[in-house]
Design a protein around this ligand. Structure first.
Ligand code: PEP
Length: 250
């Protein structure tokens, strides 16, 4: 694990209510301890909880993010949609984009690129998810998939310091299966290479996401190239989430 700030991003997906926010108090307390001052904890609850969560963590080291947004950057007639401007007004500072669960529902690289532009225009930060499916992995397409997702998704993006990449192999999300360290190292290094060639810069934070839990996190944390974790299922339980943070930092 890197010596820089270490990110722990909780993706609550379509879960969560006020009681769950209150249960995260133990995480808020942990984030304020000196030992964990290098940890950056970001909760990404559903839109309905953004504002309340922002108010609850106001005096802590925790930040709040949304899980997606509409690609249109201005207000407009888009029934049922939330854009970056509305997210900003909730107090949230981050937006997860390109998540495979949304790509699966038709979100393509072009739309994701538009979304990234709109989020950066509001001076928010992007957690940009990329990753190959099982079929792509089996067909040895991982490199070309990652290259396409990075080059199309980040096309024309200038404020690259406000973007971090979350490498999430689709076959690992919610399955309990994680890549072995050798495979992970290879893919992380390819992501760095692709990014460097494309943006002429090597300064990009890369997180790992996919079935991170208290049992496998120590092994994952051995990988130097990782700047943190995007955690789905295990982030819904504060005890497990704290366990993940403690095992990474210790
Ligand atoms: C995710 O959906 O971003 C994720 C990492 O999920 P899980 O940890 O449940 O695999």
């Amino acid at each position: 694990m890197t010596n820089n700030n270490i990110y722990f991003i909780a993706n609550w997906k379509m879960h969560g209510n006020i009681a769950d926010i209150n249960k995260s108090k133990s995480v808020v307390r942990l984030s304020n301890l000196k030992k964990f001052k290098k940890t950056k904890i970001i909760y990404c609850p559903p839109y309905t909880l953004l504002k309340t969560f922002c108010e609850k963590v106001k005096n802590s080291n925790i930040s709040i993010g949304a899980q997606n947004c509409h690609s249109h950057s201005e207000y407009g007639a888009f029934t049922g949609s939330i854009n970056a401007k509305l997210i900003k007004s909730s107090g949230a500072k981050f937006v997860i984009l390109g998540h495979s669960e949304n790509r699966k529902n038709g979100e393509n690289d072009l739309i994701i690129n538009k979304k990234i532009h709109s989020v950066l225009k509001e001076n928010l930060n992007v957690i940009f998810c990329i990753g190959e499916t099982l079929t792509e992995k089996k067909n040895k397409k991982t490199y070309s998939v990652l290259k396409k997702q990075i080059t199309k998704g980040l096309k024309g993006i200038k404020k690259i310091n406000n973007v971090m990449i979350a490498y999430e192999p689709v076959w690992s999300i919610g399955t309990g299966i994680i890549p072995n360290n050798l495979e992970l190292l290879k893919n992380l290094s390819n992501i760095k290479k692709i990014f460097k060639k494309f943006k002429k810069s090597s300064s990009i934070k890369i997180l790992y996401g996919g079935s991170v839990n208290p049992k496998n996190v120590r092994e994952l944390a051995q990988i130097k190239a990782i700047n943190g974790f995007l955690v789905g299922g295990s982030s819904l339980n504060s005890k497990k989430f704290i366990d993940i943070i403690k095992k990474t930092i210790n």
